[in-house]
Design a protein around this ligand. Structure first.
Ligand code: GDP
Ligand code: MG
Length: 442
């Protein structure tokens, strides 16, 4: 870190325009040299400029903007050149900047610099990536709220309160002749329990966070030919999976994300479950059971056109599960006394009701979601769990009348864990993990 980095910030390919971004102490010098020494526009103003090669030949003409650090995305001097969006011309401009001393940026390096320079905390930096990869309006809203710093603010609050308690407790360690006043001890303990509750509240959002970021793992499960692949296709709106009257057509699992009322469902179509002699089909059926075991939601499908049979497929205990009766357009009379959600993948009947059932089963809808302004990701969850464990140790050591040093040690650990969330205490390792998943130029 420290040099001047450059990257193409727009996707590679042909488009109307493409944006090339420079950041670092040399950004201004490099841009000026590339423009053939014509002055740069004032900070935050745009001007039309030509980028020239070493022989003064024009490579491209476009709009140049200069952001003087620290008032820029990265906190450093930043230059953005918006040129014509051709693959070759864009690459040539990039190469020209490299020739003049810039270094190609790694994934997420601009955002990492923004974090290093205090423009964003770590949760906000992660939100940038969440925002870019948001697949639904709810995921977008959640990313925007995190980008505003809500999660970071809650964590900072918890940390500040714990820090206060730690300082208070450590004052007793510094004056060993004084015992902790039982009243003060009780207050300290209550303070820790309050923060523990806030940590638990954040932890409770982890499932929603995963669903927003990755989708609800929804497995379509049933016997062959009941219409599982037809359901996937219908919900997707196009023919993704092969549908056929021949049993055992789907042998592999097929995964696609659909957006149902703002909630991403990661739909997994599976091989129908039956006794099979075909080795490949048997492999597929084994995969089906694997998928069912990992599912957030199981859509168990049955066929109304076949006579009713009183056999149930095994469903893991506690799994969210919805039974769907398909082919209502050809319902056999043996089903007439049976309740259940009836749909037809052929005619599209019953799909409104299906969506409503899904939403209430997941207790998710846009209105409901309004109360959850933050939803933690797997990294936050791991930090929170460590924080909670350390806090538990601190609280029980106080109750057991142990030396305050023990309590203080556990509190320090809790502080470290919570601090990692927003990056107050960072380690190289965490940063590499987070920013390595970014796109180049961000
Ligand atoms: N009449 C009727 N046929 C359906 C319906 N859904 C699927 N099918 C037919 O049932 C057969 C099996 O469908 P498919 O989606 O391949 O079932 P899968 O083996 O469970 O994936 C195909 O011939 C479909 O056209 C439905 O709602 N009504
Ligand atoms: Mg199928």
């Amino acid at each position: 870190m420290g040099g001047t980095i450059v990257a193409i910030a727009t996707p590679v390919g042909t488009g109307a325009v493409s944006l090339i971004r420079l950041s670092g102490p040399e950004a201004q010098r490099i841009a000026l040299a590339a423009c053939g020494k014509v002055s740069l526009p004032d900070a935050r103003q745009v001007a039309l400029r030509k980028i020239r090669d070493e022989n003064d030949l024009v490579i491209d003409e476009g709009v140049l903007c200069f952001f003087a650090g620290p008032r820029s995305y990265t906190g450093e001097d930043v230059v953005e050149f918006t040129g014509h969006g051709g693959v070759v011309v864009t690459r040539k401009v990039l190469e020209r900047f490299v020739e003049l001393g810039a270094v190609p940026a790694g994934p997420g390096e601009f955002t990492q610099r923004a974090f290093m320079n205090g423009r964003l905390d770590l949760t906000q930096a992660e939100a940038v990536m969440d925002l870019i990869s948001a697949q639904t309006s709810l995921a977008l809203r959640s990313a925007n709220e995190q980008l505003e710093g809500r999660l970071g603010a809650v964590c900072q609050d918890i940390r500040a309160a714990l820090l206060g308690s730690t300082a208070h407790l450590e004052a007793y360690i510094d004056f060993p002749e004084e015992d902790i006043d039982p009243d003060v001890g009780e207050k300290l303990k209550q303070g820790l329990l309050d923060q523990r509750k806030r940590i638990l509240d954040l932890l409770a959002t982890a499932d929603q966070g995963r669903i927003l970021r990755e989708g609800v793992r929804t497995v379509i499960y049933g016997k062959p030919n009941v219409g599982k692949s037809s359901l996937l296709n219908r919900l997707l709106g196009y023919q993704r999976a092969i549908v056929s009257a021949q049993e055992g057509t789907t042998r592999d699992t097929i995964e696609e994300v659909v957006n149902i009322r703002g909630i991403p469902l990661r739909l997994i179509d599976t091989a129908g479950v039956r006794e099979s002699k075909d080795e490949i089909e048997r492999e597929g059926i084994a995969m089906t059971h694997g998928q069912v075991a990992k599912a957030d939601l199981i859509l168990e499908m049955r066929d109304l056109s076949e006579p009713f049979e009183d056999v149930e497929l095994p469903i893991p205990e506690g799994a969210k599960h919805l039974q769907i009766l398909n082919k209502r357009d050809q319902e056999d009379s043996s089903w007439s006394s049976k309740d259940g959600l009836r749909i037809s993948c052929e005619t599209g009947e019953g799909f409104e009701e299906l969506e409503e059932n899904l939403m209430s089963l997941l207790s998710l809808d846009e209105e409901h979601w309004g109360v959850h302004s933050v939803a933690v990701n797997a990294r936050h969850q791991a930090c929170l769990l460590r924080g909670r464990e350390a806090l538990d140790r601190a609280v029980s050591s106080m109750g057991a009348g142990e030396e305050p040093e023990f309590t203080s040690l556990s509190l320090r650990e809790a502080l470290g864990a919570i601090g990692e969330i927003s990056g107050v205490v960072d380690t190289e390792e965490i940063l590499g993990e987070i920013f390595g998943n970014f796109c180049i130029g961000k």
